[in-house]
Design a protein around this ligand. Structure first.
Ligand code: ADP
Length: 453
């Protein structure tokens, strides 16, 4: 096992990795920007090094500073968390040259699955269903038009290098395909430094159901069940849960088996997620793979009673994966992502947290780096923490989440807590009638009821 690792991240995920390291007796090195001098990951790590000014490109994304920090402190491995350098194959490669271990999949796998158009091809070759669409990036506007005409509207244009819900355009009208392709591609090159686009059939009311998988360097791959992440705003997840009410055991087995087959096809090592869209008729389609730990990993941890981050460390150090596929869920788990944002406009709301009271009690887990008097810097992700709640069944999980949200007090900034409370009271949510359109319809329903009253 490693004796000391460096965490190339910040916020709640950096803390989560520190927790896992503490339990395994691994010393930790935190890196941080000058905006994060007062951050908890800096406080709790055994050592810390400032790697630059606030902008991510000058600190958390600065590969040479991160590597220098590892070399100075004698860390043996780097855990990238999620975001920042987590899916940067070049970074993972450079680490190998510097004799540093990478806590994640092999760089070839990151490259193979990181390009979303290429990942579709890999899935097709592995016999995993994908939606009709392009098997390589679109060469021209004409090609986009031809393909869209062939598969039928609506279609979705996606950036091959996209992520975080950005770089996607839904096209319902054939007259718009050319102009949408041009603007989307331009946007993608500005956002990701790569304008290549692909397209696929757009499903109007699917569910987002993803499978947690885990592989090791001995060729084992297991799946750890699903998380339903259909509650999204602007293609970004707000609430995740497990198990999904849309899956019976047969469908769960088939989706899990497809996820394992795909992961085996790329000789996947460490934690990863295979995202599927599940259509109303029960057909499922591969959407993309995330080659890292996910924000919502605690849902799986809590519902199965396992520790994915400790397993990441063990497996990266050469151990075989200790889980088996098909572990039985223990009740039901729901996660709410609490963001520092205005609940009406969704604009980020950084600043000083003047009061903070975290709920506790049975079945409640909170992953957060926020504390009273903490100043949320404006430079990074607006998530202030995650509330993860377990109940014996979905209804108990919902009621527990509601009472935990009632006791969750954050003052000084605006948060998404009021929005979560409303969603958990919503009849459609409570009945489990979910789809990725849920939020759109929820806002329409609520705007209407405001007018009605
Ligand atoms: P990102 O990598 O940016 O998260 P994804 O490819 O995972 O992008 O898609 C994010 C979300 O966009 C999905 O969860 C889903 O809601 C929506 N989406 C993506 N592709 C499709 C599609 N073909 N049909 C319907 N919705 C889609």
């Amino acid at each position: 096992m490693f004796k000391k690792i460096l965490i190339a991240n910040r916020g709640e995920i950096a803390l989560r990795i520190i927790q896992a390291c503490r339990e395994l007796g691994i010393a930790t090195v935190a890196v941080h920007s000058t905006a994060d001098n007062e951050s908890l990951h800096v406080t709790y790590a055994d050592e810390d090094i400032c790697i630059g000014p606030p902008p991510p490109t000058e600190s958390y994304l600065n590969i040479s500073s991160v590597i220098a920090a590892a070399e100075i402190t004698g860390a043996e491995a780097i855990h990238p968390g999620y975001g920042f350098l987590a899916e940067n194959a070049h970074f993972a490669e450079v680490l190998a040259e510097c004799n540093l271990s990478w806590i994640g999949p092999r760089p070839e796998t990151i490259r193979q699955m990181g390009d979303k158009a290429n990942a579709r091809r890999v899935a097709l070759e592995a016999g995993v269903p994908v939606l009709p669409g392009s098997s390589k990036p679109l060469a021209s506007t004409t090609e986009a038009r031809q393909l869209a005409d062939e598969i039928g509207y609506p279609v979705i244009l996606k950036a091959s290098a996209g992520g975080g819900g950005r770089g996607m355009r839904i096209v319902t009208n054939p007259d718009d395909i050319e102009s949408q392709f041009a603007t989307a591609s331009e946007e993608a090159s500005r956002a990701f430094g790569d304008g290549s686009m692909y397209l696929e059939k757009y499903l109007v009311v699917p569910r987002h159901v993803e499978f947690q998988i885990f592989g090791d360097s001995h060729g084992n791959v297991v799946h750890l069940g699903e998380r339903e992440c259909s509650i999204q705003r602007r293609h970004q997840k707000l609430i995740e849960e497990s198990p999904s009410v849309a899956l019976d055991q047969d469908l769960r087995d088939r989706m899990g088996e497809a996820a394992v087959r795909l992961a085996k096809a790329v000789k996947y090592e460490n934690a990863g997620t295979i995202e599927f869209l599940l259509d109303q008729d029960g057909s499922f389609y591969f959407m993309e793979m995330n080659t890292r730990i996910q924000v919502e990993h605690p849902v799986t941890e809590m519902v199965l009673g396992i520790d994915l981050v400790k397993e990441q460390l063990r497996v990266a150090a050469g151990a075989a994966v200790s889980f088996r596929s098909g572990l039985k869920p223990r009740g039901h788990v729901i996660e709410c992502r609490i963001n520092a944002e205005d609940p009406e406009t969704f604009r980020p709301s950084p600043g000083r947290v003047t009061t903070l009271h975290l709920p506790g009690g049975p079945g409640v887990r909170i992953d957060t780096h926020t504390y009273q008097e903490y100043i949320i810097p404006p430079f990074y992700d607006s998530m202030v923490g995650k509330l993860i709640v377990q109940g014996k069944d979905r209804l108990e999980a919902i009621e527990r989440t509601r009472r935990a949200l009632d006791f969750f007090v954050v003052e000084g900034i605006r948060t998404s807590i009021p929005l979560h409370k409303k969603i958990l009271q919503d009849e459609k949510f409570r009945s489990g009638d979910l789809s990725t359109r849920f939020m759109e319809e929820f806002f329409e329903r609520n705007a209407k009821s405001k007018v009605d009253t």
